[in-house]
Design a protein around this ligand. Structure first.
Ligand code: SF4
Length: 822
């Protein structure tokens, strides 16, 4: 029984509204459940509340929770179908150890003894920095918190990061740079109230389908908000937009600088708010000054008239919700661009008010938790690793000496960790619930590192992923639905997800595995008691509550009992016993020297500021306005590789398809990688819809099915989900093509621009590949598509660099020099 076919009708029927978002109960069950168990969907950062239907100890369906503030009962295609992956026949049920080159079944004792013996030996011989942990955005809060205690207070290594580095490292650092600490300022309810929405590099319709349904219900309501969308592809939000801005890859920052310049020029600012609640305004004026709309148009390729239209909406709307995601975070100057979106809200005074906020959006369901708990390169509870008082507070909670904690250096980011593993500095890398063999850039290099005989690669996962196949030890894990724990979504809403069924075979939760590891390693606190003082998730949660007390992400007023009554936003404490919907309502930000999470960075170079430099800024609760100069992309199209590649996601898959590829309906909806091309580019190369094409960069070559679409000319899109676990012959892992480079501040790798060449390798069947990202018509889609308008003659990044260098050429000269097809 199902409320609709969500594979076809992705967003479901409209429930237009002008204030309170109506309920809509979505349901899909294969058998009648005998029990419903409280849970939450963990297939994106929206965090939709759901119940899991159970019968005879098996999951048999799900239903949306209609009283949940996040989704009011709605579920998208992944939510309604994704749970089927739990019962897939190829779940790992026993530990595996590599012997004579083959992974063979082993007992838990054998596997843990191997890891523990090697850990002790390495720590003794090479020091605590020889062990690293690379985790996920898919575990629960309690798993991450236990990992942070084990790794940082037990081993004392600073090498702990999550795959959230690839996803939302920029979200957290952009919030920190502007507002002092991580954590979303606003609430999803702001979408219900706002007069305008600004989506920057965020294909919400595809990646957060229920949140897009919420926006659609406003767009179809009586008083629809204006919609401005920045995306090089003609996505569904782009087609619903009042103004669609399609910048050339690598030009997000010029676009934002141009828009801000225009707002300043027109006087569309709140001078009182700027004076009372921000610092750094002259810096912003200086960096945006060289960006009149004409120059922004020339560099981005967007017509001036369209930039003017967007700026007028953003400059005059009484309320505004902005969102950024991977189109910003995985592209050039990610932090600098995301900070400019924060700046837009600050100079207009549109933050901390109903209908006005900025979402530096999360991608993964528990990205917020790995950040809060200190398992992804942040220090625990948004503390400042460079502040001795914060270190002492943490040491007190964990009852260890402050010197135990690895705070002599910033936490190590994922790309550097893999570099250390490559060089032999890290000799044991424990990978939990993630699949870097498909998700990291320049994959051939990553595969070599994982397979290195000098590195003990340990993988905790539920399936034999492309990464697990290369491991020395594989530990079978219990996943969502098979364990209890909390998740926190992108608007700070904390859900409790209860165990619904038993895990298969001998699989154990990550928390259980880490507690066992801590016991076998004999980690002790400073009084000789066991360091990890809990054995279950509720015990971990209680310790976390104490750890978070007094910090922005304060959970001290929550409990499992309270969360059984429904989700709660943090902070939840004596002052806000039911949680707090919006932060910064009083215009006081978390930038005070003794409270802030870092002392900030130069957002162009990434250089960290020292405490005395921060003190000189004297923010005292004011938000930072930080401007940035543009730097053109390090790789641009040329004669040999004449197109720009951008990567992304499809509606039906999650990350590297470890779960969604095992759900028949989801896999059938998006079975193979597509290569999206503009018809003019395709015609120039002799490619038709459905042809098998190769996409080649300086680093590798992959194949996919051509799909001609409304993408910008000169740009190629491929989804990143497709490894080869299900089809060894498939050659579609697009990160074989992407460059090894990252944002200097957030250390988030670049996935949105790489120069490639495309050619046809085989004629297609004549069938056009399905539309896995809904860039074309679907039920409930656009009635307000933006008017078609020809692009401005675009200057290539090479040409723009020449302008920046003062050696301007005509844009035609620049195009010829760069070999960009037009
Ligand atoms: S929007 Fe995200 S959290 Fe909600 S049902 Fe879909 S995948 Fe799950």
């Amino acid at each position: 029984m199902e409320s609709r076919d969500a594979i076809v009708d992705v967003w479901g029927p409209r429930t237009p509204h002008t204030g309170e978002w109506p309920q809509r109960p979505d349901l899909r069950v294969l058998e009648e459940p005998t029990e419903w168990v409280q849970s939450v969907c963990v297939l994106c950062s929206t965090g939709c509340g759901m119940d899991v239907g159970v019968r005879d100890g098996r999951m048999v369906g799900v239903r949306g929770r209609v009283d949940d503030r996040v989704n009011k009962g709605r579920l998208g295609p992944k939510g309604l179908h994704g749970w089927e992956a739990n019962a897939s026949a190829d779940r790992l049920t026993t530990p595996l150890i590599r012997r004579n080159g083959r992974l063979e079944e082993a007992s838990w004792d054998e596997a843990m003894a191997l890891i523990v013996d090697r850990s002790k030996e390495l720590k003794e011989r090479y020091g605590r920095g020889s062990i690293g942990f690379y985790n996920s955005g898919q575990l629960f809060l309690e798993d991450y918190y236990t990992l942070a205690v084990v790794a940082e207070a037990g081993i004392g290594t600073s090498h702990v990061d999550g795959n959230t580095r690839l996803c939302t490292a920029t979200a957290s650092i952009a919030l920190i740079e502007s507002f002092g600490t991580d954590g979303a300022p606003g609430s999803y309810a702001d979408f219900d109230l706002t007069d305008a929405i600004f989506m920057v590099g965020h294909n919400m319709a595809s990646t957060q389908t229920v949140l897009w349904a919420r926006v659609l219900d406003r767009l179809d309501g009586a008083n629809p908000p204006k919609l401005v969308v920045v995306d090089p592809r003609q996505t569904m939000p782009a087609r619903r937009a009042d103004v669609h801005l399609a910048p050339r890859p690598g030009t997000n920052l010029p676009l934002m600088n141009g828009l801000l310049h225009h707002l300043l020029e027109q006087g569309w600012i709140d001078s009182e708010y700027i004076a009372a609640h921000t610092t750094g305004f002259p810096d912003l004026v200086r960096t945006t000054d060289p960006w009149p709309l004409e120059r922004a148009a020339s560099v981005t390729g967007i017509p001036v008239s369209r930039l003017e239209a967007a700026a007028e909406i953003l400059g005059t709307t009484p309320t505004l919700v902005s969102t950024c995601l991977q189109g910003v975070y995985q592209s050039l100057q990610a932090t600098a661009t995301a900070v400019q979106v924060n700046n837009l809200h600050l100079i207009r005074g549109l933050i901390g008010k109903p209908g006005s906020t900025v979402f530096q959006m999360n991608g993964q369901p528990t990205a917020q938790n790995t950040r809060e708990c200190g398992a992804n390169g942040e220090f625990v509870a948004f503390r400042n690793w460079n502040n001795a008082d914060h270190v002492a507070e943490t040491a007190k909670v964990w009852n260890v000496e402050p010197s135990t904690l690895p705070t002599w250096t910033p936490p190590t980011d994922a790309m550097t960790m893999f570099r250390y593993a490559e060089s032999g500095a890290i000799r044991l890398l424990w990978i939990m619930g993630t699949n870097p063999a498909v998700s990291l850039p320049e994959l051939k290099r990553i595969h070599k590192i994982l397979e290195s005989p000098e590195l003990l690669t340990v993988v905790s996962d539920a399936w034999l992923t492309e990464t697990a196949r290369r491991a020395d030890v594989v530990l079978p894990t219990a996943i969502w639905g098979e364990k209890t724990g909390c998740t926190t979504n992108a608007d700070r809403t904390v859900h409790l997800s209860l165990k619904a069924v038993e895990p298969p075979g001998q699989a154990r939760s990550d928390l259980e595995i880490l507690v066992d590891y801590a016991r076998r390693m004999d980690f002790r606190d400073k009084d000789g008691a066991p360091l990890v003082k809990w054995s279950d998730s509720e015990g971990a949660f209680r310790s976390w509550q104490e750890c978070s007390r007094g910090r922005p992400c304060d959970y001290s007023g929550m409990s499992y009992a309270k969360l059984r009554g429904g989700p709660i936003q943090w902070p939840c404490n004596d002052q806000f016993p039911e949680g707090r919907e919006r932060q910064y309502e009083d215009g006081v930000f978390n930038t005070a020297m003794e409270y802030c999470e870092t002392y900030g960075h130069d957002i162009v170079t990434g250089a960290a500021y020292e405490p005395n430099e921060y003190a000189a800024f004297n923010p005292m609760g004011k938000a930072f306005l930080k401007g940035a100069e543009w730097t053109p992309p390090p790789e641009e199209p040329d004669e040999q590789y004449p197109l720009f590649l951008t990567t992304g996601r499809v509606t039906y898959h999650w990350h590297t398809r470890t779960k969604t590829g095992r759900v028949p309906a989801l896999q059938a909806a998006a079975p193979e990688p597509i290569v999206e091309l503009h018809p003019e580019d395709a015609a120039a190369i002799g490619i038709e819809d459905g042809d098998v094409v190769s996409v080649k960069s300086r680093r590798g070559e992959v194949k996919g099915l051509a799909r001609l679409s409304g993408i910008e000319p000169g740009v190629v899109f491929m989804p990143f989900h497709y490894g080869d676990w299900d089809e060894p012959e498939r050659d579609g892992a697009v990160n074989e093509l992407t460059i090894t480079g990252w944002d200097p501040v957030s250390k988030q790798p670049y996935f949105k621009f790489a120069a490639v060449a495309v050619k046809r390798v085989a004629e297609g069947s004549g069938t056009r590949p399905a539309d896995p990202t809904q860039v074309e018509a679907s039920p409930g889609d656009g009635r307000r598509s933006a008017a078609t308008e020809r692009r401005a003659p675009a200057e290539t990044p090479a040409g723009a660099r020449a302008r920046a260098d003062g050696s301007a050429r005509t844009s035609r000269d620049a195009r010829e020099r760069a070999g960009t097809p037009r």
